[in-house]
Ligand binder design. Structure first.
Ligand code: FES
Length: 163
C-alpha cells in the first residue's frame, strides 16, 4: 500500500500527539485514582513513657503531627492532652477546640478544659460543658506497647468536622 507524504505526516503527528498525551496524562490519572487503591497501614508514634503519666491526671505532651503537606512546617507542631484514667486506660485529646481551633487549656483545680477564644468549656472526659463548641474534643486512637504510650498518626481534624 502506497502512502503519500501528507497522509504519512498526518499519522506521525497523531501518533506523536497520542504518545505525548499519554506521557503527560498518565501521572495525572494515577494521581486522581491512587487514593482509591492506597490503603496505608496505620502507624503509631510514641508520645511518652507510661511512667510519665500520673494516674488520674491530665497533662500536655508536645507532638509533631504528620501532615500531607510537605510545606506545613511549623503548623505541624502541636500538642495533645493525655488523661490517664486507670493503669492501662487513657484518653488522648487534640489540643484544639472544636469550635474554631484555639488551643484549650487544662485547669486541674476545676477539672475542666477552657478555651481562651470564646469561652468554650469541656469536662475532663472531653465532652462539652458549655459555650460554643459544637462537639467534644477530638480524641486520638492510642495503644500501649511495652512501657510506651503510642498514638495513631492522623491528619489534624477540621474544627466543625465529624472526626
Ligand atoms: Fe474555642 Fe471558639 S475557638 S470556643
Amino acid at each position: 500500500m502506497k502512502v503519500d507524504r501528507r497522509t504519512f505526516l498526518g499519522r506521525v503527528t497523531i501518533g506523536a500527539s497520542a504518545a505525548i498525551a499519554g506521557l503527560v496524562g498518565l501521572p495525572i490519572v494515577g494521581y486522581l485514582f491512587a487514593p482509591l487503591f492506597a490503603r496505608a497501614a496505620p502507624t503509631f508514634v510514641e508520645v511518652g513513657k507510661l511512667a510519665e503519666f500520673k494516674l488520674g491526671e491530665t497533662q500536655l505532651v508536645h507532638f509533631k503531627d504528620p501532615s500531607p503537606l510537605a510545606w506545613a512546617g511549623q503548623t505541624a507542631e502541636t500538642a495533645l492532652w493525655v488523661r490517664r484514667r486507670a493503669t492501662e486506660d487513657f484518653q488522648v485529646f487534640n489540643v484544639n477546640c472544636t469550635h474554631l481551633g484555639c488551643p484549650v487549656d487544662w485547669r486541674a483545680s476545676a477539672r475542666l478544659f477552657f478555651c481562651p477564644c470564646h469561652g468554650g468549656v469541656y469536662n475532663e472526659d472531653g465532652s462539652v460543658a458549655g459555650g460554643p463548641p459544637p462537639r467534644a474534643l477530638f480524641e486520638r486512637e492510642w495503644r500501649i506497647e511495652g512501657d510506651r504510650l503510642l498514638i495513631r498518626e492522623a491528619a489534624l481534624p477540621t474544627p466543625g468536622g465529624t472526626r
